[in-house]
Design a protein around this ligand. Structure first.
Ligand code: SF4
Length: 281
């Protein structure tokens, strides 16, 4: 038994009792306030509470309308460019609960969130030096038969061309951007802390992209969904031309460079919204 186990237990019991008592206090207030009547507590209480709730309602309406209109117009509206974090951290969890009422899957909600997030990131219209961009990849892009360990250094790849990692390294070399592979959220966070990127181009599934966008806020993340022909997390793929298009869009002088993957050439002229880059659908 660990020596500090009793103190951990005490901490747990303390937190549990504190939380339980706080919930009881809130429940008691919910019952007692309407029972006594706000005006009987103090004549000003109804007005103060009314002003508080009116301000809160206005704030929620501004955030909702600003985000909805900016998504529809594909450009910032009513200061909505400052609301990317609110959308990711507040609205998305609530929207996921709300969507359950209509039997919409989490995956669909996350997919639409990623698309809207990409449009907002592109609408900021910022350009970055190669050293400021990190291409972050999931481990499942590596061939399941490959014996080389890439998590700590992607350059351990022998470039045999049996999986997309080879092409992705070529892409990072051609444009001079950072590239790394993460096996999970913790390693991804560590890579972000080490590289300190100003923009992340992340490849992953809906779930991991969504949590990555939430975790790394305020760093902008442009998400590219991986393809899963063998099911989740096994020998996944990514459309390299799509990733290259996004890179060329965000890089300073990116359009002046020759595309590595010709299939994409001419498909995404600069200045188009991210949807023109074929963002996640
Ligand atoms: S390209 Fe690299 S990671 Fe992919 S199978 Fe070959 S050596 Fe392994």
């Amino acid at each position: 038994m660990e020596r500090n186990e009793p103190s951990r237990k005490r901490l747990f019991i303390g937190l549990l009792c504190g939380t339980g008592l706080a919930v009881c206090a809130v429940l008691a207030l919910v019952w007692i306030v309407p029972y006594i009547g706000l005006a009987n507590i103090h004549p000003l209480v109804p007005w103060v509470l009314g002003a508080f709730f009116a301000a809160a309602i206005l704030l929620v309406l501004w955030a909702t309308l600003g985000l909805a209109i900016s998504v529809a117009l594909a450009r910032p509206f009513l200061g909505s460019d400052h609301l990317r974090g609110v959308m990711a951290k507040v609205f998305l969890p609530l929207m996921t609960i709300f969507a359950r009422l209509f039997r919409l899957s989490k995956s669909r909600v996350r997919g639409s969130f990623i698309k809207v997030n990409n449009e907002m990131v592109a609408a900021e219209n910022r350009r970055y030096d190669p050293s400021q961009i990190l291409v972050l990849l999931p481990h499942c892009l590596q061939s399941s038969r490959c014996l080389h360990r890439l998590t700590y250094d992607i350059n351990n790849c022998k470039r045999c061309g049996q999986c997309p990692v080879d092409g992705l390294i070529s892409l990072s070399e051609a444009y001079g951007v950072h590239i790394a592979i993460a096996t999970g959220g913790t390693i991804a966070r560590r890579i972000v802390v080490q590289k300190r990127p100003r923009l992340i181009l992340a490849v992953a599934c809906e779930r991991d992209l969504t949590s990555g966008i939430q975790d790394t806020y305020p760093i902008p993340v442009y998400g590219v969904l991986n393809e899963r022909p063998n099911g989740p997390c096994l020998d996944t793929r990514v459309a390299l031309p799509h990733l290259e298009g996004a890179l060329r869009f965000f890089l300073v002088n990116g359009e002046a460079q020759n595309p590595l993957f010709d299939r994409f050439a001419g498909l995404a002229p600069l200045g188009k919204p991210a949807s023109a880059l074929g963002g996640p659908r």
